[in-house]
Write a protein that binds this ligand. Structure first.
Ligand code: SF4
Ligand code: SF4
Ligand code: SF4
Length: 254
């Protein structure tokens, strides 16, 4: 697409799936009102869910999912050796997401229960940055397509971008929502990284922290608030553990 007679440079992009539900890739094909502009800003050369092309010549690699098998380690390292820029896309890629729970259970027992005498090869969950260097992280379960589009705009135009440093509450209040705490519902918005547009509180659910901890969260104040509002330590800990973005943080540790 030419603008003012100038042909923009289109980065060659590969989108790769690892362990996860592939919902983040699917997000890239959603939001039809901007899909045409999004696809025309890039040259997508590898995208199993969206194209039959499969090239090993790309500048940017978007990684969807986390690492749970040794063959994924090999594949990820190869991708890293090719791409100039690696983007961890979604909570699984950023910090393990819901798959992080696998690290705290008996995986062999779970494998036997699900697959009987034909167990699958599987191991501990590793986020992408635990295997290779990651340049950009966009958490979310699923990832926010709007945020991916914003980052792509910056990459295409060569303009530095700044990560969101405020919590979900900021975007929630911009939507004039009544706070979920006022409705008797637990919400991790005060300590969770913003950028999603607060869809959960807007839709009547508390935030479950799928984007992980915000910058410098006031955990003590949050814990005191939640306890004062009648939520138990077990409820708060369950929520903190759900997406893996608050790993190591529990009521006992705050
Ligand atoms: S972050 Fe969520 S939507 Fe994305 S791959 Fe993982 S489980 Fe699926
Ligand atoms: S509903 Fe949640 S995100 Fe919204 S203001 Fe209340 S605590 Fe913050
Ligand atoms: S409100 Fe919370 S759980 Fe919902 S998308 Fe945003 S960060 Fe994720």
């Amino acid at each position: 697409m030419r603008y003012l007679g100038i042909e923009p440079v289109k980065p060659r992009v590969g989108i790769f799936d690892f362990s996860g539900c592939e919902g983040c890739q699917l997000q890239l094909l959603n939001k039809e009102e901007s899909l045409g502009a999004f696809l025309s800003a890039l040259e997508i050369v590898h995208f199993r869910e969206g194209s039959s092309e499969a090239s090993d010549d790309y500048d940017i690699a978007f990684i969807d999912g986390c690492v749970t098998r040794e063959d994924e380690v090999v594949r990820l390292k190869k991708i890293r050796s090719i791409a100039k820029l690696v983007v961890a896309m979604g909570s699984c890629a950023s910090f393990g997401g819901v798959l992080r729970h696998r690290n705290y259970i008996d995986l062999d027992a779970a494998n036997r229960e699900v697959y009987g005498d034909k167990p699958k090869e599987t191991g501990k969950t590793r986020a992408i940055h635990e295997v290779v260097k990651v340049d950009v992280t966009i958490p979310g379960c699923p990832v926010s397509k709007t945020q991916v589009e914003r980052i792509v705009q910056h990459l295409v135009l060569g303009v530095p971008f700044h990560d969101v440093v405020y919590p979900v509450c900021v975007e929630c209040k911009q939507k004039f929502n009544t706070c979920m705490f006022e409705k008797g519902t637990l919400c991790l918005g005060p300590i969770t990284r913003g950028g999603c547009g607060a869809p959960c509180p807007t839709g009547g659910l508390g935030c479950w922290g799928c984007r992980g901890a915000t910058v410098d969260p006031n955990l003590k104040e949050f814990k005191d608030l939640a306890l004062k509002r009648g939520f138990s330590e077990a409820e708060i800990d369950e929520r903190l553990a759900f997406f893996g973005g608050f790993e190591g943080i529990t009521c006992a540790s705050i």
